[in-house]
Design a protein around this ligand. Structure first.
Ligand code: ATP
Length: 268
């Protein structure tokens, strides 16, 4: 189960160049997360400069959190485990316990490694008195496995969580994620950059007005812009296909009528 969610650096299919409009954030991630991995010997010198073992990306859906996590792993040459939290919540407690331990031990074997947990708040939300006993134990176990990584100075495993609801995260989890980055809804300039990137290798008209498109798509996430372009591209191909089919139909009717004429003249 875990292996199907695992990608080695060479096979990660996202790079920084695939992300538009987030240059400032990328620069911060480079300095906070990637540099300490690449220059470990310098950062490992002092307890105060240990690379973060927990990183939180928060912001609205579809704005690039997963892309950023993958591109970070790619640039830092780290393996990437995309942990589906439903695996840890759906199964029987004994099994989830084994699974969580297996994920951490796999990550340690593969280090440097990022364990990415999308919708992390759904699994590690604020603990309440009403928590099911198994859920509470699961969270405690997860945190103690995580602490094992944090206290080992030689370990280069990072738990990278993504959430739309950071306020729902357990405080104890927030403390374990000292590097926190906001991935915002794109503004007009960022939307223009995203549109230019999505359409960069597409057969498009020469007179596309990106600025106007960006202005007209207020409130669109990167994912919405991608969907918009996809639909426009599909309409274009559908129109072409329809025109071609009409041409073929006309062609075959006229072929049929000319071959009919031939036949009549042969009969004569
Ligand atoms: P969710 O919270 O729903 O998991 P997310 O924030 O992780 O969303 P992604 O999965 O990273 O969002 O992005 C979804 C898709 O939207 C990407 O595959 C890409 O096509 C497009 N996209 C989003 N943001 C950007 C961006 N800044 N640059 C280029 N493409 C983007």
């Amino acid at each position: 189960i875990i292996a199907s969610q695992l990608v080695i650096p060479d096979e990660i299919n996202v790079q920084w160049k695939d992300i538009a409009g987030l240059d400032h954030l990328i620069q911060e991630l480079r300095e906070t997360v990637i540099l300490p991995i690449q220059k470990r010997e310098l950062f490992a010198d002092s307890k105060l400069t240990q690379p973060p073992k927990g990183v939180l990306l928060h912001g609205p859906p579809g704005c690039g959190k997963t892309l950023i996590a993958k591109a970070t792993a790619k640039e830092a040459r780290m393996s990437f485990i995309n942990l589906d939290v439903s695996l840890l919540t759906d199964k029987w407690y004994g099994e989830t316990q084994k699974l969580a331990a297996a994920v951490f031990s796999l990550a340690v074997k593969l280090q440097p490694c990022i364990v990415f947990i999308d919708e992390i708040e759904s699994f590690l939300r604020t603990r309440t008195q009403h928590d099911h006993e198994a859920t509470a134990m699961m969270k405690t176990q997860f945190m103690s496995l995580w602490d094992g990584l944090i206290t080992d100075p030689d370990c280069t495993v990072i738990i990278m969580g993504a959430t739309n609801r950071p306020q729902d995260l357990d405080k104890a989890i927030q403390r374990r994620m000292p590097a926190t980055f906001h991935v915002p809804m794109p503004n007009e300039t960022q939307r223009e950059r995203i549109l230019r990137l999505i359409l960069s290798n597409e057969p498009i008209a020469n007179d596309i007005e990106y600025r106007r498109l960006a202005l007209a798509t207020e409130g669109f996430s990167g994912s919405d812009l991608h969907e918009l372009c996809r639909q426009a591209a599909v309409y274009r191909v559908r129109d072409l296909a329809r025109d071609e089919m009409q041409r073929e139909a006309i062609q075959s009717t006229s072929n049929a009528s000319t071959s009919g004429e031939h036949k009549e003249s042969e009969d004569e």
